[in-house]
Design a protein around this ligand. Structure first.
Ligand SMILES: NC(=[NH2+])NCCC[C@H](N)C(=O)O
Length: 485
């Protein structure tokens, strides 16, 4: 693939809100349409989804917006024509009309490209057939497929004639979780859930073999397994001190020197500690704050409880933050109030050279205020927007449908779901404009608005199907390049 766009092949992310220039995504593939009710939970979906609605009515808007901000030449003046094509060929990697952007990059396309090389094809086919326990004959047969069709098979688990070969990877749409760019390094994940294992093998091959990442191959970081783990009885293996798992939704590059790592249902303390050691030894960051959150499906990663909106503005879940504490102090009892989870919540900050003496930070707001004011030098007062306006019980309800999981396209301009009404009201109160993806695209087409002049805006993405997959726009993106904030 050519990487000759304005931004070349640079890979660098040092903040959560610097103008987004390049990212990895994955459009919902045919595998999502194969999820059955009895497997939905095992495959980490809350429900089965209607694939056509999810694509045409929801995700395609996300892609159109990303293109308008990151690679406008691919889309400007064409929205009507693209929308009127019943085959959606613009969105299908490999089709003649595919948008093939070097800024909005589908991992499926990169996978197809690396599979064009015969040696890579043999290696990856063997690796996938190994974990999926395919017969030798299937392995041989797969090897003969067209590389781009093979990429589809590896991701969706099924042939184009609908036969299923192995389980789909419905969670690959959440590219955030496969890896994280930390300055000019990429940290590869170690998924906690079996349903996401194949994703990490595909990602490993893409990062190690695709020319896009060639110049930073030395900067790919893999977390070593805990060698003691192999010798432990099964019931001890699950312990946070031995297990070595990490998913990208728990890692946030908030400023050039400061990284946040969540310890959660998915990311173990052991893995966080290994990452800390590697990053300090390699001099990649100077400060790491570890945020331990309750191990609960509701909050699987830290990016489900807070994300950054602007240098000085954050959206977060009140019940795990300082406000949760204050409500308790005031002795506010509510019949249906959820059990207090803050007990399991803790923040410790470690510094390079002094990693044995961490500093305890009392609550999320204190940590986030420090990041805005000290790390990023925000000149305006730090503000917090709470999920559901912190009104009971909407805080928890809207967090569940990703009110706190927003993707910043640039400082102060975010994409989020359209369904979290109370959170949207809270954004309005802070002076944000709220606009649907559809209206915004129309206004871009008529030049009434433009991505470069847009400020303090929440762009609403339709979300009835997408939110059943339990991830928002932050999870659906793996930023590869952001401008310096
Ligand atoms: N970074 C995130 N919050 N990702 C959300 C992933 C959702 C996905 N269904 C899972 O459970 O794995």
């Amino acid at each position: 693939m050519t990487t000759g766009s304005a931004s070349g092949s640079a890979i660098k992310v040092s903040s959560e809100t610097g103008t987004l220039k390049r990212l990895l995504i994955h459009s919902p593939d045919r595998g999502l349409g194969k999820v059955v009710p009895s497997k939905a939970q095992d495959w980490l979906f809350e429900d089965i989804v209607h694939l056509d609605t999810m694509r045409r009515g929801e995700y395609d808007y996300y892609v159109k917006l990303l293109l308008y901000f990151l690679d406008p030449d691919k889309i400007k003046g064409r929205v009507g024509e693209i929308d009127n094509d019943p085959s959606r060929s613009f969105f299908i990697p490999g089709s003649e009309n595919y948008f093939a952007s070097d800024c909005v990059v589908d991992i499926q396309r990169l996978l197809g490209e690396i599979l064009e090389d015969a040696q890579t094809r043999v290696k990856l086919t063997a690796a996938i057939c190994g974990i999926e326990r395919c017969s030798y004959r299937i392995q041989e047969e797969l090897y003969t497929y067209d590389p781009h069709e093979l990429a589809k098979i590896f991701i969706s688990g099924s042939y184009s004639d609908k036969r299923m070969l192995f389980a789909p990877l419905p969670n690959l749409i959440f590219t955030r979780d496969i890896g994280i760019v930390i300055n000019d390094h990429i940290l590869l994940n170690k998924p906690a859930k079996a349903a996401r294992t194949r994703e990490s093998i595909l990602a490993q091959f893409v990062f190690f073999y695709h020319p896009l990442f060639e110049h930073i191959r030395e900067n790919l970081i893999e977390i070593p397994e805990n060698e003691r783990h192999f010798l432990l009885p099964d019931d001890e293996k699950a312990s946070d001190f031995h297990r070595c798992t990490l998913e990208g939704g728990d890692v946030m590059m908030v400023s050039p020197k400061h990284l946040l790592i969540g310890c959660s249902e998915r990311t173990s303390l052991y893995a966080a500690q290994q990452v800390m050691k590697i990053l300090f030894d390699k001099n990649i960051v100077e400060k790491i704050s570890i945020i331990k959150i309750p191990k609960k499906r509701d909050y699987m990663h830290i990016d489900t409880i807070f994300t950054q909106v602007k240098k000085n503005i954050w959206v977060l879940l009140g019940s795990l933050a300082r406000l949760g504490d204050e409500a308790k102090k005031k002795d506010v009892l509510h019949f249906f109030a959820p059990a207090d989870n803050r007990g399991e919540f803790r923040i410790l900050q470690f510094r390079k050279g002094n990693a044995k003496q961490p500093r305890e930070i009392e609550n999320l707001e204190d940590l986030l205020s420090e990041i805005s004011a000290e790390d990023l030098g925000a000149s305006e007062p730090v503000k917090f927007i709470y999920s559901g306006g912190n009104e009971f019980p909407y805080g928890e309800r809207e967090q569940w449908t990703d009110s706190c999981n927003l993707l910043a396209l640039k400082d102060g301009v975010v994409i989020g779901y359209d369904r979290n009404d109370k959170t949207l009201d809270a954004f309005r109160k802070e002076g944000f404009k709220i606009i649907t993806a559809k209206d915004l695209l129309e206004k871009f087409e008529t030049d009434e608005l433009s991505p470069s002049t847009l400020a303090d805006t929440f762009i609403m993405l339709p979300s009835a199907e997408l939110s059943r997959a339990r991830g928002g726009s932050h999870c659906m993106s793996m930023p590869l390049l952001r401008e310096f904030l």
